[in-house]
Design a protein around this ligand. Structure first.
Ligand SMILES: [Zn+2]
Length: 255
């Protein structure tokens, strides 16, 4: 290679920001909506102020426990076009059976899982006027029964998961939304911008890093948590990431 060519190549590398070569898409996955909570309200407002759409998982037993004000609140936020709600299971339970840890979508069996998924979809239709289009399980636990049950529910098109999660290989016609980037580096409900950035710097050169859902638990945010969340989304935008809702992402890839 000539020196001139080498210099030109080096210049191109300097001029192009990391996000310019590949389009990078982030989907905010906020978990555990169960009530009209001031922290959720604040989270939705904050995200809108930062021009970031957010998706939020509803634990659907809440439709039974709360009154119609809850449904109206969810509908109000969804009508803004900046928030999209998804199926986060019926009860988010975890229990022990014969010495084995089980959860709503982990080891609980096909019948249990299928009935919970369909119950949530029906509750959403009744409360919000439409079924959910995306699923994310409690504790992100999934097994072969989850895959089988989800394959029978085509309206659940998008699935939040860990990258490479085993049962996702058994899922048909699903759009996977893997959590490649970790939103809460200090544990559940505790984002930490400095640590997020540190982890991101190690991953950002990977050309396969084109899509990541990012998990948060806003109802557990402290004052600092809200600040760190805002710093994380501002930082990613500056890095060239585009934030999308699950349905917009599906549409963007023609599905
Ligand atoms: Zn959850």
């Amino acid at each position: 290679m000539s020196v001139k060519k080498l210099i030109l190549l080096s210049l191109a590398a300097l001029v192009l920001p990391a996000g310019a070569q590949t389009k990078r898409i982030a989907i905010i996955k906020a978990d555990d909506v169960t009530s009209v909570n001031p922290k959720w309200e604040r989270f939705f407002k904050l995200a809108a102020e930062h021009d970031v759409p957010v998706s939020a998982g509803v634990i659907a037993v809440s439709f039974e426990k709360q009154d119609e004000k809850y449904d109206e609140w969810l509908k109000k936020w969804e009508a803004t076009g900046k928030v999209e709600f998804w199926n986060h299971g019926w009860d988010h339970r975890m229990w022990e059976e014969e010495g084995k840890k089980k959860s709503e979508f982990g080891g609980s069996g096909y019948d249990h899982q299928k009935s919970h998924l369909t119950k949530v979809q029906a509750a959403s239709k009744e409360a919000l006027g439409k079924p959910f289009n995306t699923f994310g399980s409690g504790f992100n636990a999934m097994d072969s029964d989850t895959a089988k049950a989800l394959n029978e529910i085509p309206e659940l098109k998008m699935i939040f998961c860990y990258p490479g999660a085993k049962p996702t290989k058994e899922m048909k016609d699903k759009i996977l939304l893997p959590m490649v980037l970790r939103g809460e580096n200090d544990g559940t409900g505790k984002p930490n911008f400095a640590k997020f950035k540190e982890e991101y710097e190690k991953k950002k050169a990977d050309p396969n890093l084109t899509l990541s859902s990012i998990q948060f638990h806003p109802a557990a945010f402290s004052e600092q948590g809200f600040k760190d969340f805002a710093s994380i989304v501002d930082f990613l935008k500056a890095e060239g990431w585009t934030f999308m809702l699950p349905s917009a992402y599906a549409a963007s890839i023609g599905k």
